[in-house]
Design a protein around this ligand. Structure first.
Ligand code: ADP
Ligand code: MG
Length: 699
C-alpha cells in the first residue's frame, strides 16, 4: 500500500548512488549543496542553450546574444601582465569565423583542441573587424548521450558547476537522477491550488524546468517552482506565529521609562528625527497588548544600534532582562564594548556571551542569566544554545538578521511570556521582500543619516588604471590613511579561501605595498587573531588590511578611507554597500575602487556602474535583487533556510501576494491540515522540511 514510502526513499536517497556519481564525485556535489536525489532534481539550470536554433556565424550580428557551433581552427594564449592573461580560440562553422576570448583563465587551454566541435553562447561584438564572444558559455561537443542531446535540436540545460564537474558530466548526472525518480515525484500542493493557479503537476514541472519543450512551458514550470519556494515558507511563518503566540502574553512595559530617558539624555548627540520616530513606534508597541514584533531597517551608519539599545533599556527599566544577538563574534564584541561605554554610569549589569569564550566563563554567564543578575546581554548564536535560560527575558534585539535567517528567533523561548522583539537589518529590504520573508512583522525605517554623513565616492578601475590607484593609496598611507583590500571568496571552501588570501597578502606585501605595514584578516583565523588584526588596524599600526571575509569587517574602522575591491562582480552589492559604509566615517570622505577585469562586461559591468552611481542603500538593494535574485543577495543558502533560489520578490510580487493569501485560506479552512486533500502538504513538510529545519527553531 505504501507507495509513499518508496517515493520518499528514492528522493531521499543519497545522490552518491546515482549512475555516474560515486563517493568521490559526491564530495564535489556536496560543495553545491547536493546530498540527495531530491537535491539533484532541484539543481535547476542557470541557463539554457537553445539548440533548436543555432545561428550561423555569418548571420550573427554584433550586440546579439546567440548560440553558435563550429570547428576549432586554432587557439592561442598570451600573457598580459602579472597574473593576467588572455586566451583566444578561433572557431569556424563554414559560414564564417569567430573568436572566443577568455581573460585570466589560462587553464582553459587544455580543453580546446584543434578539430573539435565547440558550442558557444554569448554576446557578439566586433573587435577590429573580427567577430568575438568574450567570456561565453561554452562546451566541447563529444560523443555519448550528450551528442544526442546536442544534435537533437532542443533546449538544453546549463547547470551551476563546481571545480571537477563539467557541464556534460552534470547534465548526465541530473538526467540519470530524473530517470531514476521518474514517476515517483509526488504532488505537494492541494488540487485546489494547483488548478486555481493554473499550474502543471509536479512531475511535469520537474521535467519542464530541466528539458523544456518550449519557452512557454518552461515559464509555466518556473512559476510553479517559485510559488513552492515562497508558499511553504509562508505556511511555516503562519504556523510559527500560531505556535509562538498561543497562550503567551507579552511582557508589560509601562511608562514613564525612566532608565531609557536618562540614557537618551546622556547621549553625546541628539537622535535624528527618524531615530526618534522609530523609537516612538517601538515604545507604543511595548506598551500595547499586541507587543513589539518589528523589523527595523536602516542604511549602514543610520544609527540602529542606539535605537536597539534604547529599546532594550525600556525592558530593563521595567525589570526584565534584555538580549542583543549579533551574527558574528566580532560584531557582538563591538556592540558589547560600545554598550558598556554608554552605560558606564548606569546601574545596569551587562555581559557578553560568545562561543569562543572559555567553558568556565560561559558557565558563569549562564548561571547569572538564569538567576537574573545580568540585565542586559550581548552575544552570538551562543545565546540560543539549549543550556541558556533567562530568568525573564523581556525584549530581544536581533542585529543584521539577514545574515543568518530565521533560526535565531529561537531566542523568543517558550515560557508563558513572549518577549518583545526587534529585528534590525542594514540591507534595506524592499517591502515585498520583507513580506516574503517576515510576513507578519511590522516595518520601521530609519531613512535619515546622523549629521556629518560620510561621503564615499565609488569608481570603476580598469586594469590599466590599477597602478595609478595603488600609487594614490600609497600616497595616502604615507599620510596615515588606511585601506581595506578585499578579495572574494572564490570557492565555498575555507581551505581555498585561506590559500587565496594568504597568497594575495604575500604578493601585495612584496609588490604593491612593499615597505608599508599591512595585515591579513580571514575566516580561518581564531577569534583572538582576528581581534588582534582589527585592533592593529584600528590603532594605525597597520595601514592596509587584506581580507576575504566581508562579514568580519562589517565593524567600525573609523580611520579607513579607502576600499579596494578585487573581482567586485563576485560580491553582492548589498555587501559592498555595507563595506563602503565602513570607510570615510571621520568626515574626510572615502573612496571605493572597484577593480574590474576586461572580461567584466554586459550586465555584470552595468550592475557595478549602477552601484557606483548611487549611495542610496535602498536603491542598491533593489538593483541587487533585480540582477541577482534574493538567494544570493540574502545569503539564504548557508543559513539552513529552505532553499530560496528562484523567486524574486521584486519581479514576482504577484506570486508573493498570492502565496500569502493562499496560505491563509488553507490554514483557516483546515488549521491542522487534516483533510485528505491536504495530506500532500503535510507529507511534503515531513519529507522535505523536517530534517532541514526544526519548527521549534523558528518559533
Ligand atoms: P548602524 O548600526 O545603523 O550601521 P550605528 O548604530 O553603528 O549604525 O551608528 C553609526 C555611528 O553613528 C555610531 O558611531 C553611533 O554612535 C553614531 N550615531 C548614531 N546616532 C547618531 C546621531 N543621532 N547623531 C550622531 N551620531 C550618531
Ligand atoms: Mg549596526
Amino acid at each position: 500500500m505504501d507507495s509513499g514510502k518508496k517515493e520518499e526513499n528514492i528522493l531521499g536517497m543519497s545522490s552518491q548512488y546515482i549512475r555516474g556519481v560515486g563517493p568521490a564525485r559526491q564530495k564535489l556535489l556536496s560543495r553545491l549543496g547536493i546530498e540527495t536525489v531530491d537535491d539533484l532534481i532541484r539543481h535547476y539550470p542557470r541557463g539554457y542553450y537553445d539548440r533548436s536554433s543555432f545561428v550561423s556565424i555569418e548571420s550573427a550580428s554584433p550586440g546579439e546574444t546567440v548560440t553558435i557551433s563550429g570547428e576549432i581552427l586554432a587557439s592561442h594564449s598570451r600573457k598580459l601582465g602579472p597574473g593576467r592573461s588572455m586566451f583566444t580560440v578561433a572557431v569556424d562553422d563554414g559560414t564564417g569565423a569567430l573568436q572566443l576570448v577568455f581573460f585570466n583563465q589560462p587553464y582553459l587551454e587544455k580543453y580546446f583542441h584543434k578539430g573539435s566541435t565547440v558550442v558557444a553562447s554569448g554576446r557578439i561584438k566586433l573587435y577590429r573587424d573580427t567577430k568575438q564572444m568574450a567570456g561565453p558559455e561554452w562546451e566541447i561537443a563529444g560523443d555519448g548521450d550528450d551528442e544526442q542531446l546536442l544534435n537533437a535540436g532542443r533546449i538544453v540545460p546549463v547547470y551551476p558547476l563546481t571545480a571537477g564537474i563539467s557541464q556534460r558530466m552534470m547534465r548526465r548526472i541530473v538526467k540519470a537522477a530524473l530517470d531514476r525518480a521518474g514517476g515517483m515525484i509526488p504532488e505537494n500542493l492541494p488540487g485546489g491550488i494547483v488548478s486555481g493557479m493554473g499550474f502543471v503537476g509536479r512531475e511535469e514541472a520537474v521535467s519542464q524546468i530541466h528539458y523544456p519543450d518550449d519557452e512557454a512551458r518552461r515559464e509555466g514550470a518556473l512559476r510553479r517552482w517559485k510559488f513552492e519556494e515562497v508558499f511553504f515558507l509562508h505556511l511555516l511563518l503562519r504556523e510559527r506565529r500560531i505556535i509562538v503566540r498561543e497562550g503567551r502574553r507579552r511582557p508589560g512595559i509601562e511608562p514613564p521609562h525612566i532608565l531609557a530617558h536618562r540614557f537618551l539624555e546622556k547621549l553625546p548627540f541628539d537622535l535624528t528625527r527618524a531615530q526618534k520616530r522609530v523609537l516612538k513606534e517601538i515604545r507604543a508597541d511595548v506598551e500595547s497588548e499586541k507587543g513589539l514584533s518589528r523589523l527595523l531597517q536602516g542604511d549602514v551608519g543610520s544609527g540602529k544600534t542606539v535605537v536597539g539599545l534604547a529599546s532594550m533599556l525600556l525592558a530593563v527599566g521595567a525589570g526584565y532582562q534584555s538580549a542583543m544577538m549579533a551574527p558574528t563574534e566580532i560584531l557582538a564584541q563591538q556592540h558589547a564594548m560600545k554598550i558598556e561605554k554608554y552605560l558606564d554610569r548606569f546601574d545596569v549589569t551587562t555581559a557578553l556571551l560568545i562561543g569562543s569564550m572559555r567553558q568556565a566563563e560561559k558557565k558563569a554567564v549562564q548561571k547569572r542569566l538564569a538567576s537574573g543578575e545580568i540585565d542586559l546581554i550581548v552575544g552570538t548564536h551562543a545565546l540560543i544554545q539549549e543550556s541558556i535560560s533567562f530568568r525573564q527575558l523581556g525584549l530581544a534585539v536581533i542585529d543584521e538578521q539577514h545574515r543568518f535567517g530565521v533560526r535565531q528567533r529561537a531566542i523568543l523561548g517558550s515560557g508563558d511570556l513572549l518577549p518583545h522583539f526587534l529585528v534590525m537589518t542594514a540591507t534595506p529590504l524592499p517591502r515585498s521582500l520583507a513580506q516574503t520573508v517576515y510576513g507578519d512583522l511590522d516595518l520601521s525605517v530609519i531613512d535619515e543619516m546622523p549629521f556629518g554623513r560620510r561621503s564615499v565616492r565609488t569608481e570603476l578601475v580598469l586594469p590599466e588604471g590599477t597602478e595609478a590607484v595603488y600609487e594614490s593609496v600609497r600616497a595616502g598611507m604615507r599620510e596615515g590613511r588606511q585601506a581595506f583590500i578585499l578579495y572574494p571568496l572564490v570557492e565555498e571552501s575555507e581551505a581555498l579561501e585561506l590559500k587565496a588570501a594568504t597568497e594575495e597578502f604575500e604578493h601585495l606585501s612584496a609588490e604593491e605595498f612593499s615597505g608599508f605595514p599591512i595585515g591579513l584578516l580571514h575566516g580561518r583565523m581564531s577569534f583572538e587573531e582576528k581581534m588582534r588584526a582589527i585592533s592593529m588596524f584600528r590603532s594605525g599600526e597597520i595601514l592596509g588590511l587584506v581580507t576575504t571575509t566581508v562579514i568580519e569587517v562589517g565593524v567600525d574602522m573609523p580611520n579607513a578611507s579607502v576600499l579596494l575591491v578585487n573581482h567586485p562582480e563576485r560580491f553582492g552589492l548589498a555587501q559592498l554597500h555595507q563595506l563602503r559604509g565602513r570607510i570615510g566615517r571621520r568626515g574626510s570622505g572615502g573612496v571605493c575602487y572597484l577593480f574590474v577585469g576586461e572580461d567584466t562586461a554586459g550586465r555584470a559591468r552595468e550592475r557595478l556602474e549602477m552601484f557606483a552611481s548611487t549611495d542610496d542603500g535602498f536603491r542598491v538593494a533593489e538593483i541587487d535583487l533585480e540582477m541577482r535574485g534574493p538567494g544570493e543577495v540574502w545569503g539564504t543558502r548557508q543559513s539552513g533556510y529552505p532553499s530560496f533560489r528562484l523567486i524574486n520578490p521584486l519581479s514576482d510580487n504577484d506570486l508573493v501576494l498570492r502565496s500569502w493569501k493562499e496560505s491563509e485560506n488553507l490554514l483557516s479552512a483546515d488549521p491542522g491540515l487534516e483533510s485528505p486533500e491536504n495530506r500532500v502538504v503535510v507529507d511534503y513538510f515531513r519529507r522535505y522540511y523536517k530534517g532541514r529545519m526544526e519548527l521549534a527553531d523558528i518559533g
